[in-house]
Design a protein around this ligand. Structure first.
Ligand SMILES: NC(=O)c1ccc[n+]([C@@H]2O[C@H](COP(=O)([O-])OP(=O)(O)OC[C@H]3O[C@@H](n4cnc5c(N)ncnc54)[C@H](OP(=O)(O)O)[C@@H]3O)[C@@H](O)[C@H]2O)c1
Length: 229
């Protein structure tokens, strides 16, 4: 397969880390791994010659300019996976303005700003947004996830809007609405809950989808779930 330059946001743990491991196993790929915890990523990925790690906080107001500065070192971007996510699990009336701001900032506004920055390096390619089944219309909903799931629904909506605006370009954007996968995020939010899929298994699907699905679809929101009807 043609060498690809791949950016993974939210790469320090869970599904994002597992994706970087998979992409890095093809030494033709060049991978940029982003999260706040650059030491953790360097420790995990220093064994690969084809992974570069950068610290990036997506819960800030200047994500576009920070991403532009990071992407400046790349000739082009073939695949961008917006995988970083923040989950707040609180009863509706206990949710604060800060909870709403944090979820929307990390889960949707920073994604739009990352894409704005990435477009400067993309003539073609595939952008994959990682949403949740909770943000998918008509899915089973979970109490306590209003801030999180509404922000993930906005991410689904962004995918459709971007695909329309860029339909005459060679840049495709799709969105995967994931069901439960066994990660630290899930364990922290729902202690003891056993997901039917590991982070590594979910990463396998996303990696394959990001490499291939742009040949067949654009602006699509796909539920990827064993556990939700
Ligand atoms: N696991 C599930 O069951 C499940 C289900 C549906 C959807 N999802 C979605 O799948 C994606 C991956 O989930 P996961 O379970 O692997 O989550 P995770 O284990 O919590 O990992 C989340 C990643 O996002 C990064 N991140 C969080 N806040 C950030 C910030 N302010 N700036 C930069 N990076 C930030 C974290 O890095 P740092 O903390 O190092 O910055 C981490 O690498 C998320 O978008 C999540 O919403 C997961």
């Amino acid at each position: 397969m043609k060498p690809k330059t791949i950016v993974v946001a939210g790469a320090s743990r869970g599904i994002g880390k597992a994706m970087v491991d998979l992409f890095a196993s093809d030494t033709n790929n060049k991978i940029l791994a982003l999260s706040r915890n650059v030491d953790k990523m360097n420790a995990a990925f220093s064994k690969y010659d084809n992974v570069k790690c950068h610290a990036l906080d997506l819960n800030t107001k200047d994500v576009r300019s920070k991403c532009s500065a990071i992407f400046a070192e790349l000739d082009s971007i073939d695949i961008l996976i917006n995988n970083a996510g923040l989950l707040v699990n609180k009863p509706f009336t206990e949710l604060t303005r800060e909870d709403f701001d944090d979820c929307y900032s990390v889960n949707v506004i920073s994604v739009m700003e990352t894409v704005q920055a990435a477009l400067g390096k993309m003539n073609s390619g595939h952008i994959v947004n990682i949403s949740s089944v909770g943000g998918f219309q008509g899915s089973v909903k979970f109490s306590g996830l209003t801030a999180y799931s509404t922000s993930k629904a906005a991410l689904c909506s962004f995918t459709e809007l971007f695909a329309e605006e860029y339909k005459d370009s060679k840049i495709k954007m799709n969105c995967l609405a994931l069901g439960a996968a066994q990660t630290e995020m899930l364990e922290e939010a729902f202690p003891g809950y056993q997901a039917p899929v590991s982070a590594e298994k979910m990463a396998e699907y996303i990696v394959d989808f990001s490499l291939n699905a742009d040949q067949w679809m654009n602006g699509k929101i796909i539920p990827v779930s064993l556990s939700t009807p």
